[in-house]
Design a protein around this ligand. Structure first.
Ligand SMILES: [Zn+2]
Length: 400
């Protein structure tokens, strides 16, 4: 068991996390640049950079000596080794790639797999992605939809991918790749990925609009945890008057309206274009006013998110996903809905913006917490701000 460090050690590890994530925004970077990005003192930055160099997370950037100007200031870059495997498990496709602190490997180590109907089918496809002579990865980082119990390494319930439920998925991947497997809920991966944006706030609610509708809360730049694995599942909040059956078994979930399949269904029903795909829907919507079905869906979605704001006390919401760019009025309508339906909107301002998906960076940020700086996870208090990093444990790996 990893010993729980004292407060001073915990602070050093948190500083290491801040500096490492800041360096991943852009590199090579100098100590003064890292101080500006993190707000830490030059003295602290100096110690942390030395620590990250000794851990192998940083390498010295290749600055040439300039005649007459002496040694240039130290600049560092993330270690370029692609020592991780990333898997983004999705309803319509699965992405697989080699990556590391320095980013992703080339396109020859990036695969897009079709949707799978079983674990055996996925494992069979993944075998074809592995190069026989390639060294085992340091870890496999995988995003999963559905309710994830990180501590036990089990997918508890997955409304849109029932075959991933249980412990077999993560245990099977660990066996196939001969490496520890760390799973991250896909909305939480998006939230961690957003932390890689220089403009990211320290506290925000991220709403992930994809095949489903998920949510993650970030406070003090850490994922918020809860008393159970079930968190952020706002997509399964019922909307009055919605009679659609959800993959979770219930009637009326907002996901059946604002998820990708739900949006397409509404468009087909309203337009009579029953064979239309997403691109055709997007083209048909461009240039005109928001159709009533989409206005109603956005209002319902903003009500559900406003409920989360009222409960949790957040003032910033970041939306990620295809819905945000479906029509020019989508984001203004969502932001207006949040202002109208939240209590904060009565007397203050609700920050509301769209951001690009950064799930791969989210997996990397999770690897910083769970693989590169593993002690940092144990260093954070388990109560108070309830940081998810403190609860993060690798999936049980056979033989480890
Ligand atoms: Zn549901």
């Amino acid at each position: 068991m990893t010993p729980i460090p004292n407060q001073a050690t915990a602070l050093r590890l948190q500083n290491a996390r801040s500096v490492l994530l800041a360096a991943l925004q852009q590199w090579p970077c100098s100590k003064p640049e890292l101080a500006t990005r993190t707000g830490l003192t030059q003295m602290t930055i100096g110690k942390v950079v030395d620590q990250l160099l000794s851990l192998g997370c940083f390498v010295r950037a290749g600055d040439a000596l300039v005649a007459g100007q002496g040694r240039p200031p130290l600049r560092v870059a993330p270690n370029p080794a692609c020592d991780l495997v990333g898997i983004e498990l999705g309803v319509r496709r699965t992405l697989v790639y080699r990556f590391g602190l320095g980013g992703a490997a080339g396109p020859q180590q990036h695969w897009q797999l079709p949707a799978h109907a079983s674990l055996d089918a996925l494992r069979g496809e993944l075998r074809r992605c592995r190069e026989p002579r390639a060294p085992a990865p340091r870890a496999v980082m995988v995003t999963v939809p559905g309710v994830l119990d990180v501590e036990s390494g089990a997918v508890v319930y997955s409304p849109n991918l029932h075959w991933t439920e249980g412990r077999e998925l993560l245990a099977g991947l660990a066996q196939d790749f001969a490496a520890p497997v760390h799973a991250v809920h896909e909305a939480q991966a998006q939230a961690l990925g957003h932390l890689g944006c220089p403009e990211a706030a320290d506290h925000f609610l991220l709403v992930d609009l994809g095949d489903g509708v998920g949510c993650a809360a970030v406070a003090d730049r850490y994922l918020q945890a809860g008393p159970s694995p079930l968190r952020g599942e706002i997509g399964h909040t019922a909307v009055p008057g919605n009679l659609r059956r959800c993959g979770c078994g219930a009637l009326g979930c907002i996901e059946t309206l604002a998820g990708r399949a739900g949006l397409l269904r509404s468009f087909r029903e309203a337009s009579g274009q029953h064979g239309a795909d997403w691109d055709e829907m997007q083209r048909a919507l461009q240039g005109g006013d928001l159709p009533p079905w989409l206005t109603a869906t956005l209002d319902a979605l903003s009500m559900v998110v406003a409920g989360a704001l009222n409960l949790l006390g957040y003032a910033n919401v970041v939306f990620v996903g295809e819905l945000t760019t479906l029509h020019a009025q989508v984001m203004p309508t969502l932001c207006d809905g949040l202002a109208r339906h939240s209590l904060l909107g009565r007397f203050g301002r609700v920050g509301c913006s769209a951001a690009a998906p950064r799930r791969q960076f989210g997996l990397l940020a999770a690897a910083v917490d769970r693989v590169y700086l593993p002690a940092a996870a144990a260093a954070v208090p388990r109560s108070g701000s309830a940081r998810a990093a403190a609860r993060a444990r690798p999936a049980r790996t056979p033989g480890h």
